[in-house]
Write a protein that binds this ligand. Structure first.
Ligand code: NAP
Length: 244
């Protein structure tokens, strides 16, 4: 029971990776609150796991986040682990020309502004914990590389940058990391080969690491580079040639 008496909030905890994280953390002794928009999906999650506490709300909307903050303050008085998992992947997400302007805005709002707002607003409750942690659900599609394309990847690259910025802001107080869940089968990616059980295992590994691990990108239980090594080496080689 590595999370005994730890209080955890998982945004987007009603289904997919978030739900797997909720179940895994519950099995490790944590008290877990799942927050997402669809009340029926939350009710279904609660009925299959009655220990899972649920609250409906849009975690990219400040007033809804404030309601979640009040819920946690009144029931728990502190938050030990914030998992910023809620995210959306729009249809046709790779085509920046065809995509409606409002789709671009919504993806950035949910995938980037949401985690920022949650981090900011839950900060006082996280500071009341003796071992607070923040985990952001990043993506290998958001690694800064030539192959990056579409608004979803842009939003995840920006979330990676936000992770570093919050990690610097909270240095010495709260570890903030991003993790890749792998390419796993959920409503978001029904044809993926992976199993979201494994994503939950990575999240569990991450929140049990030493507090000095912060500002990093985690994949398969290890911190990896924010940029693929070959890109770093290419850039270094280009710089060497310019400076020759
Ligand atoms: N699946 C993959 O292979 C994969 C790969 C890399 C990264 N990721 C990332 O992992 C995270 C989870 O993905 P998933 O595959 O589990 O997606 P999913 O199956 O679509 O589930 C998304 C969850 O987020 C909730 N949600 C969406 N927008 C929300 C909002 N504004 N406020 C509150 N809750 C919201 C959804 O519930 P409601 O719709 O009811 O709100 C649902 O619970 C995402 O950030 C995703 O980008 C996934």
């Amino acid at each position: 029971m590595t999370l005994d008496q730890r209080h955890v909030l998982v945004t987007g905890g009603s289904r997919g990776i978030g739900f797997e994280i909720c179940k895994r953390f519950l099995s490790e002794g944590a008290e877990v609150l799942a927050v997402s928009r669809d009340a029926e999906k939350l009710a279904a999650a609660h009925s299959s796991f009655p220990d899972l506490q649920v609250l409906s709300g849009d975690m990219s909307v400040a007033t809804d986040i404030d309601r979640a903050v009040s819920w946690v303050r009144e029931r728990w008085g502190r938050l030990d682990i914030l998992v910023n998992n809620a995210g959306i992947l729009p249809a046709g997400e790779r085509d920046l020309v065809e995509q409606g302007d409002e789709v671009f805005d919504e993806v950035i709002h949910v995938n980037l502004a949401g985690p920022n707002l949650c981090t900011k607003r839950f900060l006082p409750l996280l500071e009341a914990s003796n071992d607070p942690r923040i985990v952001n659900l990043g993506s290998t599609s958001g690694i800064m590389a030539q192959s990056l394309s579409g608004v979803y990847a842009v939003s995840k690259a920006a979330l990676h940058a936000l992770t570093i910025a919050w990690s610097n802001q909270l240095a010495g107080h709260i570890p903030v990391n991003a993790m890749s869940p792998g390419w796993v089968r959920t409503d978001m990616s029904p044809n993926a080969p992976g199993d979201p059980h494994d994503s939950a295992a990575t999240a569990l590994w991450l929140v049990n690491q030493p507090r000095t691990l912060t500002g990093r990108f985690i994949r398969d239980n290890a911190a990896v580079g924010w940029m693929p090594l070959e890109i770093v080496e290419q850039v270094a080689e280009q710089n060497r040639q310019v400076n020759r």
